[in-house]
Write a new protein. Structure first.
Length: 396
């Protein structure tokens, strides 16, 4: 295989749960050497999140892939000194301690940049490094609430809805990987590193679209509309005759017209209000009845085949069992198999994207807590006597 694009990049992952570690995973997937630094007695909680098998946390197998794992107590003098030595060999540090924590240990930007002027220090927190909320504890759930996401999610007459997974953290993880690469591109020009300040409350606000601009210019506040859209219709989930569900979208006018012809209601296309997405959305009851009644009379396989033949946009509502056998996902190898020494063949999401000339790879799944401590620190130049002293101090 060709050399991966981030080969030679060294990342120290000091972060936990979930945005910072995900960013490090994405960098490791494309060749970065990622060293996961965990507390000796308090490992990353993602190791225990969600289901496990034979005592092995399965979430960690995904989040910890392509990372070597070491233990280090940064609050101990020996741990601090060792991290500074590691920083001298690294390109990137990713951390998510509350603002002021690294500074309390004399590991703030002045100390780290003195150890390595080319270092990119990436700080991922709920609220950012400054401002009235910066020292509050926070998780992605708070970002989902604060950003406006929960306020527009759910049925109009039901409570605001939070996602059942780490949405804000995941978006922030993607944004953090982008931020790291942007800072590294700047370093290529200037020769100097810098600090990345990533607030989890911000990337999710970006993906919500132009809500602030709408409010600024029009005083418009988006409301909950369930599965419907204020911008087009029909757009909903519909139940098939065999009890399955499908999702239909008509963001393009041509698609909306094809759907109406398919379901036997071409006369609706001639209605004056059908010409724009917003006007169609205002008549969603009529359109949902037309589409929903047609779909309700047919099994899912027939619905999907008819929509495909009509070149109209539809997708089955799938759970993970369906995802694992979906032919498009199988063609893309979206869920791939990794050989793991703990669990044997292990299926997980593949890389985020494909590169034709310099592809990445999943080299291994998440490793045990501290599995590579001696190896990594020996490579750093520490002697056996120094390792013993660190263990005696409780720094390892």
């Amino acid at each position: 295989m060709n050399t991966p694009p981030l080969n030679g990049l060294r990342v120290l992952d000091l972060a936990t749960l979930f945005a910072g570690p995900l960013a490090a995973t994405l960098l490791g997937d494309f060749g970065a050497e990622v060293v996961k630094v965990e507390h000796p007695t308090k490992p990353d909680p993602s190791r225990g999140h969600g289901p496990s098998k034979d005592g092995v946390g399965l979430w960690w197998k995904l989040l910890g892939r392509n990372k070597r794992t070491i233990t280090l107590d940064l609050s101990k003098p020996g741990g601090r000194a060792t991290l500074l030595r590691l920083a001298g060999t690294a390109d990137v540090i990713i951390e998510n301690f509350r603002p002021g924590t690294l500074e309390k240990w004399d590991l703030g930007w002045p100390e780290l940049s003195a150890a390595n002027p080319r270092l990119v220090l990436t700080r991922v927190t709920a609220f950012g490094q400054f401002g009235p909320y910066s020292h509050r504890p926070g998780f992605g759930t708070l970002a989902e609430a604060m950003s406006g996401f929960a306020a527009i999610t759910g049925e109009p007459d039901a409570p605001p809805t939070l996602p059942p997974f780490g949405l804000a953290d995941s978006i922030a993880g993607l944004a953090t990987a982008y931020a790291v690469m942007t800072a590294l591109a700047a370093r290529d020009r200037t020769g100097e590193g810098q600090v990345v300040d990533m607030a989890i409350i911000e990337p999710i606000l970006t993906v919500l679209g132009p809500q602030p601009t709408w409010y600024d210019q029009l005083g418009y506040v988006q409301e909950r509309t369930g599965n419907r859209s204020a911008n087009n219709a029909p757009r909903n989930t519909y139940r098939t005759a065999d009890g399955s569900w499908v999702a239909v979208s008509t963001s393009a006018q041509s698609i909306a017209e094809r759907v109406m012809r398919l379901v036997g209601r071409p006369e609706l296309i001639d209605e004056p209000w059908f010409a724009t997405g917003a006007e169609r959305a205002a008549h969603a009851d009529v359109l949902d009845e037309a589409v929903g009644s047609w779909i309700a009379e047919r099994p899912r396989s027939e619905v999907l085949a008819a929509f495909e033949k009509a070149e109209a946009a539809v997708a089955p509502v799938q759970d993970v069992r369906d995802v694992m056998t979906d032919p498009q996902y199988q063609a893309l190898d979206t869920v791939t198999t990794v050989d793991d020494p703990d669990l044997g063949p292990l299926r997980m999401q593949n890389l985020l994207f494909r590169l034709s000339a310099t592809p990445g790879a999943i080299r291994w799944a998440g490793r045990p807590h501290g599995a590579d401590t001696a190896e990594v620190l020996t490579e750093l130049g520490l002697t056996e006597a120094e390792l013993t002293a660190l263990r005696t101090e409780g720094a390892l």
